[in-house]
Design a protein around this ligand. Structure first.
Ligand code: CU
Length: 159
């Protein structure tokens, strides 16, 4: 009987050689974006742009032309419900996240997901100026195409 002997060095080399391909595959594996209907609008109902608020304050999310659906919900045939998604609130985010992939979890980019379908949130921010902006995204946390994003507002937080 012939024994199959492969030197450990050869295995290590093969693994090393395969690595860049695995990485490349990961990198190009962009999720499919869900189309948004024409005229869909996301906006912050409250507070108003430039408002002065207490440390703990409520943010109310507005949406026109689309519906709210909790994250991860698909129809029986595995498709997302059309024209739906959930809100994400960006707090003090200067540069919008990339729209062709899943929105990052809460930290460090300060993207808050409202995957249960919430339409408002209580915030507790340090005194000073802060910016708030909404990004709507599909069942898999990927922004729609074209993206449905609100105007960025500024609030002045006081003690
Ligand atoms: Cu999300």
């Amino acid at each position: 009987m012939k024994k199959l002997l492969v030197p450990a060095a050869a295995i290590a080399l093969a693994a090393f050689a395969a690595l860049p391909f695995l990485r490349a595959a990961d990198h190009h594996d962009k999720p499919k974006r869900t189309p948004s209907p024409k005229g869909a609008v996301s906006y912050i109902v409250s507070p108003a742009d430039g408002a002065t608020v207490k440390r703990k304050f409520k943010v109310i999310f507005g949406l026109t032309g689309m519906g709210i659906c909790p994250a991860g919900i698909l129809t029986a045939d595995g498709k997302p419900l059309p024209d739906t998604g959930h809100h994400h609130l960006l707090v003090d985010v200067d540069q919008l996240p990339p729209f062709d992939t899943h929105l990052a979890p809460d930290q460090p980019t300060r993207v808050m997901h409202f995957g249960k379908g919430q339409t408002e949130a209580m915030l507790d921010l340090a005194p000073g100026k802060h910016t708030l902006q909404l990004v709507f995204a599909d069942h898999a946390h990927v922004p729609h195409d074209p993206p449905v994003i609100s105007k960025k507002i500024t609030v002045n937080v006081v003690e």
